[in-house]
Each structure stands twice: as C-alpha cells, then as structure tokens.
Design a protein. Structure first.
Length: 76
C-alpha cells in the first residue's frame, strides 16, 4: 500500500534575497526609498523563477512552501 504524505518546503534566511535585490537596485541607480519598496517583490519573483520552478519539476514536488526571514530590520 502506497501512502502519500504532503510535503511542505521551508526556506529560511529569505531576508538575504531581499537584501540582494535591494543592492542590485541601488547599483542600478534606483533611489533607496524606491529600492526598499521594490526589493521584497523582486526577491519573491526571483525566488519563484530560480528556485521554486526547479523544485516543482521534481518527481514529488512539495504541496506548498513557506519563506522565513529574520525579525531584525532588513534594509536601511
């Protein structure tokens, strides 16, 4: 008998992705106030394209995922 158990992927330290996107935006000349607002959205998009798409191609992908980040202030 095959028993299927849903798996949930947990990604820790997500704040580094936000910080990375913030740095990229600042290097591109985006003002810090704007970069601070855009960085979380870009981090989520980049995560979905680079990581989540690859994981979902696995033979048994997770049923869901959660991205955890520190409670410490992230940017500026």
């Amino acid at each position: 008998m095959l028993i299927l158990v849903p798996m949930i992927a947990i990604f820790t330290k997500f704040e580094w992705r936000i910080t990375d996107e913030f740095g990229k935006l600042c290097r591109e000349g985006v003002k810090k106030v704007v970069a601070h607002k855009k960085a979380p959205m870009l981090a989520e998009e980049t995560f979905k394209v680079k990581i989540l798409n690859r994981i979902n191609e696995l033979p048994h992908p997770p049923a869901g995922y959660v991205c955890l980040q520190s409670k410490l202030p992230q940017l500026g």
